[in-house]
Design a protein around this ligand. Structure first.
Ligand SMILES: Nc1ncnc2c1ncn2[C@@H]1O[C@H](COP(=O)(O)OP(=O)(O)OP(=O)(O)O)[C@@H](O)[C@H]1O
Ligand SMILES: [Mg+2]
Length: 275
């Protein structure tokens, strides 16, 4: 999916009237299939940017275009249809505790299903092989029938990522996918996520606190105080730029970061189903 933001600003409905917008006017374009990491200190506006891209937050000013269309100019039914092409993975996936993993993963298909098919799938899950293959990509194949509340925080986070593969979304918006993962799992998860997005032809925008992981993306956006500080190919994201981005927040820049990736054995992957 192609993204174009023109001087887009966003403000949270609950924010005090006098407060500065969480996202100040931002202009940028992202091409179909691009992979972009968004970094910046806590409160910089990273999640707000994702929510604006997900059409979950209406622009306070400026304009957003997704594949050339301003979503906010669409009738409600068409806006809902467009939202079905967007996949937003929140930092804490909203998984009902008593639900089984398979149901949670298959929920990603709901925007494409009729109400009847959705209700039926609650009791008689279909597309089990697809769900299992998606979980296998995140090393969770054995958890298919497990209850969500019996998973660790990191496993829940990876279930949230596996849902992307079951969606038919062409824009994946992923908020801090590594926050509950240990360094080696974090490395595996981000490698899997980027590979799967590429295989599915989806555009990927992900926020990250792990700067060394972010700089493995082809393109890095730096946000601070709701403003775009830089939007660069990762090779141009120098130590100096990072130091300026995280000035007075150096502890976030120096936080624990995942190790470099180990090469995954080629034949070890389950087949990927892209819807
Ligand atoms: N629901 C909300 N209501 C009001 N203000 C909010 C809301 N969510 C975020 N904000 C404010 O918007 C600004 C940007 O928040 P945002 O969550 O986008 O930052 P972030 O970069 O994602 O931070 P973090 O790294 O901590 O997740 C902050 O000043 C925050 O206090
Ligand atoms: Mg955030």
């Amino acid at each position: 999916m192609r993204i174009a933001l023109s001087a887009l600003a966003a403000r949270h409905p609950a924010a005090a009237g006098a407060a500065a917008p969480a996202l100040k006017p931002v202009t940028l374009a992202i091409s179909p299939g691009e992979q972009v990491a968004v970094i910046g200190p806590s409160g910089a506006g990273k999640t707000t940017l994702l929510h604006a891209l997900a059409c979950a937050l209406k622009p306070a000013a400026g304009r957003i275009e997704l594949d050339g269309t301003d979503p906010w100019s669409l009738p409600v039914a068409q806006l809902q249809k467009l939202r079905g092409r967007l996949f937003l993975a929140p930092q804490t996936p909203p998984l009902p505790p008593r639900q089984r993993v398979i149901t949670a993963v298959l929920a990603a298909r709901l925007p494409q299903q009729s109400l009847l098919a959705s209700l039926r799938s609650l009791f008689y899950p279909t597309h089990i092989a697809e769900a299992e293959a998606a979980l296998a990509r995140f090393d969770l194949a054995g958890k298919l029938w497990q209850r969500v509340d019996r998973l660790s925080g990191g496993e829940r986070q990876r279930v949230g990522l596996a849902r992307a593969l079951l969606s038919s979304a062409s824009l994946w918006l992923v908020d801090e996918p590594l926050s509950s993962l240990d360094p080696s799992r974090a490395t595996q998860a981000i490698e899997t996520l980027t590979r799967c997005a590429q295989e599915c032809g989806a555009t990927l925008v992900t926020t990250l606190h792990q700067v060394d992981v972010a700089t493995r993306f082809p393109r890095v956006i730096g946000l601070r105080d709701g403003e775009l500080q830089f939007d660069l190919p990762s090779r141009e994201v120098t130590r100096g730029r990072l130091a300026a981005l995280y000035a007075q927040h150096e502890e976030e820049l120096l936080g624990a970061a995942p190790q470099p990736p180990d090469a995954a054995p080629e034949g070890a992957q389950a087949p990927l189903y892209c819807r």
